[in-house]
Design a protein around this ligand. Structure first.
Ligand SMILES: Cc1cc2nc3c(=O)[nH]c(=O)nc-3n(C[C@H](O)[C@H](O)[C@H](O)COP(=O)(O)O)c2cc1C
Length: 401
């Protein structure tokens, strides 16, 4: 298979992105998300350097050109291995390389990367430098605000400062600490409190760096709060309402009065909400447009653009069904090619990504049940869509009665 090459000359817009999520944001999921937003930056699942160096490269790196802009997230801690993999990512046409410094899983800890890398800022700095020396696309870092007992603001500030010295300009901050002992990865996304105000402090201390907020963002109204309001509002959005629980640490941001950055954040990354309620992405291009006007520099007003028409749920469903059909046909035509990235695609594997499409709408549950029904696996995807739509419409009539 020939590696796709894509040159993206425009600087990457990071206002809104979908988070890297293992087993979730595979290429099919990204294709589905791209149907909903042309401008969101999409991230791959984390791919480890070991998987790329010893494994099947096309299987891990192949994607559809339609997915751009798309960032490759790497997991690893050995600078030269990461540099080699970043170069592969660039050759395959990815728009950004991101280093995972936030994953708390035990498997990742055994490999000495992910969140535990935050304890070794010099290593991260070496990794970023090695990658930046090898590629011309942006190299970014996704991290937490602390690890285990290292929860003071000074810890994350020094981490960012050290990594920035290596030339990293964009930091995606999952606004929770990682507790490496005793919590599962799932609990690590829920139990450590969200402290968005740390981003305000970082932005104030490093005004020339870009900070993207991540963690607990639930809907577009929540996104708008980050994009329009200064960090004094983020304090109120945090789990504690203020950061008094950590106020004993002298360099902690304690609350509104200590958070001196006044502007909106540089971007918002959404994980679980984007997956479970994907139709929220259909509003994102409009949000991009509104905010690119607001943030136009030097007071120059961007020309008035007519907003993209929103795709309806029906249109998105049909487009994704056509994609599933095409993918399954390709797989059938080429069943022996081991490196075919669609080799493992099944209709269940692909259709699960769209199960949230009708979330909150009448008949959504019946629609989901039909798409998840293993008894229908011999039907074509078009037939399944017909049955699911019928079930949804019937259920909505009953619900309305
Ligand atoms: C199923 C799942 C898999 C994840 N895999 C990754 C991953 O591969 N790399 C990573 O940096 N974060 C991963 N995360 C964390 C998310 O990127 C994100 O930081 C986290 O879910 C918080 O954002 P949210 O509250 O918007 O979901 C994963 C999260 C979920 C739910």
């Amino acid at each position: 298979m020939v590696a796709p090459r894509h040159i993206n000359p425009a600087p990457l817009a990071r206002l809104l992105s979908v988070a890297p999520m293992m087993d979730w944001t595979d290429r099919h999921c990204r294709y589905f998300h791209r149907l909903l937003s042309q401008r969101a930056l999409l991230y791959t699942e984390m791919v480890t350097t070991g998987a790329l160096i010893h494994g099947d490269i096309p299987r891990h790196l192949a994607y559809d050109e339609f997915e751009h802009p798309v960032a490759l997230q790497l997991g690893g801690s050995e600078p030269q291995d990461l540099a080699h993999c970043a170069q592969l990512g660039q050759e395959w046409g990815y728009d950004e390389i991101n280093l995972n410094c936030g994953c708390p899983s035990e498997r990742v800890q055994r490999g000495a990367f992910g969140a535990c890398l935050m304890l070794e800022p010099h290593t991260v700095s070496d990794c970023v430098k090695a990658m930046k020396d090898r590629v011309s696309i942006p190299v970014t870092v996704k991290h937490r605000i602390g690890v285990d007992r290292f929860e003071s603001y000074g810890f994350v500030r020094d981490f960012v400062g050290q990594v920035a010295l290596a030339g990293c300009e964009v930091f995606i901050v999952h606004a929770r600490s990682a507790w490496l002992k005793g919590l599962s990865p799932k609990e690590n996304r829920e139990i450590p409190p969200l402290r968005y105000e740390v981003l305000g402090k970082l932005k104030a201390d490093f005004p020339n760096l870009q900070f993207i907020v991540n963690g607990g963002v639930e809907d577009n109204a929540h996104i708008e709060q980050f994009l329009t309001q200064g960090s004094e509002v983020w304090v109120g959005l945090s789990d504690s309402g203020d950061s008094g629980d950590l106020g004993h640490l002298s360099d902690e941001p304690r609350g509104k009065e200590d958070v001196d950055f006044q502007g909106p954040i540089d971007g918002v990354m959404v994980g679980r909400a984007a997956y479970h309620t994907p139709y929220m992405l259909s509003e994102w291009d409009n949000i991009f447009e509104r905010h690119s006007k607001i943030t136009t520099t030097h007071g120059v007003q961007a020309p008035e653009l007519s907003p993209e028409p929103l795709r309806t749920r029906e249109e998105v469903e049909l487009a994704y069904v056509e994609y599933m059909h095409k993918t399954l046909q390709e797989m059938k035509a080429n069943p022996k090619e081991r490196s075919n990235p669609n080799q493992t695609a099944s209709y269940q594997h692909m259709s699960r990504h769209m199960l949230g499409l009708w979330h909150g709408q009448a008949g959504a549950r019946r629609w989901r049940q039909v798409w998840s029904d293993p008894g229908l696996k011999h039907e074509s995807v078009f037939k399944r869509m017909e049955l699911a739509t019928q079930a949804r419409l019937n259920a909505s009539v009953i619900e309305a009665a």
